[in-house]
Design a binder for this molecule. Structure first.
Ligand SMILES: [Fe+2]
Ligand SMILES: [Fe+2]
Length: 348
């Protein structure tokens, strides 16, 4: 489609001359005798280029240019001016005009200038479209990557949960112990003020804490009676075995530290390394409390579940012994129903 051009000049002879020349080149031309009627036309239709006389009665071409660039910034502008007003012409270039033509003018010069300005306009619009397309594409791909990563994360999580469920199934009476302690760990860690970035490895560590029990024989693991010394040695190996199983997986390295230290005690009397106090990773100090909580609030073949109050008393008694006093404090600040929501059962 041919470009639409607006010729603005108060002298009708000049205007008609320009329109005739440009129409002869195949452009669709409109004429305006002053700035006001030019603005009307510019607002009514898409004008690709305006040829604007600077010196007109009423508002000048400079004012028209300024207004036009505000509401129709993509319309190209060529200013037409008298020889003695070069300074104004230069000022118009600063305001966004593409070119200026001195009166009296040669029509070939007008046609050439129009052609150049339209070509420049076309390239800049094309360039802008390309940029927008590129931005949209980058946004779209970023979104796709994000979704893929999220899917991957869900796949990791469900794989690990399946593994944890398999472990739980072996020690029948504990039910979904692993998932419960994962939930408890998150609750206690958040209450304690652990940074969100560190919650993931704590959750994984809790979920997989007993993975090393795959190395413990059924005879020992499921023995209903008291364990002998040899069997205790076998059981006490499970943190190290568990650590070694997952330490090679890059995204489980933080969890592996928790698995290794989940039976350490704050007073240094735990295993396998007898770590003392805050030498024990925070995730393991948090976990050991909730592991005990879950053991005490679950029915076992040798005893019924304890009441929540009895658990609270026991945890307080073990503050500074088995447990870190700061973590005991965080535990005590959490009401019973928050734990019950995770366990989905009532504690008595
Ligand atoms: Fe364990
Ligand atoms: Fe456990």
């Amino acid at each position: 489609m041919e470009a639409q051009i607006l010729v603005v000049d108060d002298e009708s002879i000049v205007r008609e001359m320009e329109i005739a020349a440009l129409s002869g080149e195949g452009y669709h031309c409109h004429g305006a005798q002053d700035a006001d009627s030019a603005c009307r036309i510019l607002r009514e239709r898409t004008i690709e280029l305006a040829l604007i006389d600077i010196n007109m009665p009423g508002r000048s071409g400079v004012q028209l240019l300024q207004e036009m660039k505000e509401f129709s910034p993509d319309t190209a502008a060529i200013m037409v001016t008298a020889m003695d007003d070069l300074e104004t012409a230069m000022f118009c270039l600063k305001l966004g005009a593409d070119d200026y033509i001195l009166k009296p003018f040669n029509l070939d010069r007008v046609i050439l200038s129009v052609r150049n300005a339209l070509e420049k306009r076309r390239l800049s619009l094309e360039n802008r479209m390309y940029q927008r397309h590129l931005e949209a594409k980058v946004l779209d791909q970023t979104q796709q990557i994000k979704e893929t990563l999220e899917e991957l994360q869900v796949a990791y999580d469900s794989t690990l949960k399946a593994l944890a469920r398999a472990l739980d199934a072996r020690e029948k009476e504990t039910g979904s112990h692993s998932e419960r302690v994962r939930g408890y760990t998150l609750l206690l860690a958040e209450t304690f003020g652990v940074a969100e970035a560190d919650l993931g490895e704590m959750a994984m560590g809790a979920l997989l804490h007993d993975i090393g029990k795959v190395g413990v024989s059924d005879n020992t693991l499921l023995k209903p009676a008291k364990l002998n010394d040899e069997e205790w040695v076998e059981i006490r190996r499970h943190p190290q075995v568990g650590h070694d199983i997952i330490a090679g997986v890059s995204f489980l390295q933080g969890a592996a530290q928790i698995v290794l230290t989940h039976h350490e005690r704050f007073d240094g009397k735990g295993y396998p390394n007898g770590l003392l106090g805050r030498d024990i990773p925070l995730g393991a100090r948090i976990f050991s409390l909730v592991d005990t909580l879950d053991a005490m609030t679950s029915d076992r073949c040798y005893r019924k579940a304890m009441s929540f109050q009895a658990v609270v008393d026991e945890v307080q008694r073990c503050s500074g012994g088995q447990f870190d006093p700061m973590i005991v404090e965080a535990f005590l600040s959490i009401p019973k129903h928050r734990w019950e929501e995770i366990a989905r059962k009532k504690f008595y």
